[in-house]
Design a binder for this molecule. Structure first.
Ligand code: NAD
Length: 252
């Protein structure tokens, strides 16, 4: 039996990349997992490959109906929800500020910021209905903490995620609900368009640890933040970036 035996967990964006690794790790720790993704086929494939009981849901996290559908699926199948990894995200189009398309800005904000807001709201409503505590992890980013070239919508959305973490952690602390974030550095996943993915390896050389991260290295932080080993940790943003953030923050 793992650390999360008996728990029910929801992972959004679980059909690919970090979300898939998180779903796998939470299942290995003993949780029953609901894999939610806008790509229902991917969610189904991932859920079918997990150890233990799992459910897949096709859901768009940027809509109230989408969020309601994964909450309902979890409760119908497992009767409750204890843990949420609000992870679904998009990068948007890379463009210098004068050329950012407002429609792209709106889409990135809808998925990356409205999505976790709706997810947090639904999580807290569920905890209230269950009269239970729980834990929530949001996927922030190194872009939550510093500037980045040509990524204004993404960076803005990920800075906003920190506001959600801090506000929700304040609300949750006296109610037995912990809210934290993981801030990944560069992790090769499907979020990068093929042209950027091709040059990702070179950027690994600029990172203090001299390599890109892996999805499993992010999932380990998620499992820690959702488990009882972090029972006194809330409102925290844990960077998992090979030291990339300290390059800009430590004066040598
Ligand atoms: P990914 O593209 O491999 O996975 C993202 C998943 O989210 C996909 O399965 C996609 O279908 C799903 N998704 C997209 N829009 C959705 C929506 N509206 N509703 C539901 N699901 C939706 O990318 P990833 O790198 O695994 O990204 C996961 C999270 O990690 C994102 O929030 C991303 O911003 C964050 N992140 C990634 C990196 C990195 O280097 N890969 C770095 C920092 C933060």
């Amino acid at each position: 039996m793992g650390n999360l035996a008996g728990k029910v967990a929801v992972v959004t964006g679980g059909g690919s990349g970090i979300g898939t690794a998180s779903a796998r790790r939470l299942a290995q720790e003993g949780a029953r997992v609901v894999v939610a993704d806008i790509d229902g086929e991917s969610a189904a494939r991932v859920a079918a490959g997990l150890p233990g009981e799992a459910e897949a849901v096709a859901a768009d996290v940027s809509t109230e109906d989408g969020v309601e559908s994964y909450i309902r699926a979890a409760v119908d199948r497992f009767g409750r929800i204890d843990l949420h990894h609000l992870n679904a995200g998009v990068l948007g189009t890379m463009a210098p500020l004068p050329d950012v398309d407002p429609a792209d800005f709106d889409h990135v904000i809808a998925v990356n910021l409205r999505g976790p807001f709706l997810g947090l709201r639904a999580a807290f409503r569920r905890y209230r209905e269950q009269a239970s505590g729980g834990a929530v992890v949001l996927t922030a980013s190194i872009s939550s903490l510093r500037g980045a070239d040509d990524q204004l919508p993404y960076q803005t959305s990920k800075h906003g995620v920190l506001g959600l973490v801090h506000g929700a952690a304040m609300y949750g602390a006296p109610r037995g609900v912990r809210v934290n974030a993981v801030a990944p550095g560069l992790i090769p996943t499907g979020i990068f368009a093929p042209d950027r993915a091709a040059t990702l390896g070179q950027r690994g050389g600029t990172i203090p640890m001299r390599r890109l991260g892996t999805v499993d290295e992010i999932a380990g932080v998620v499992a820690f933040l959702l488990g009882d080993d972090s029972s006194y940790v809330t409102g925290e943003v844990v960077s998992a970036d090979g030291g990339a953030f300290i390059v800009n923050t430590v004066v040598r």
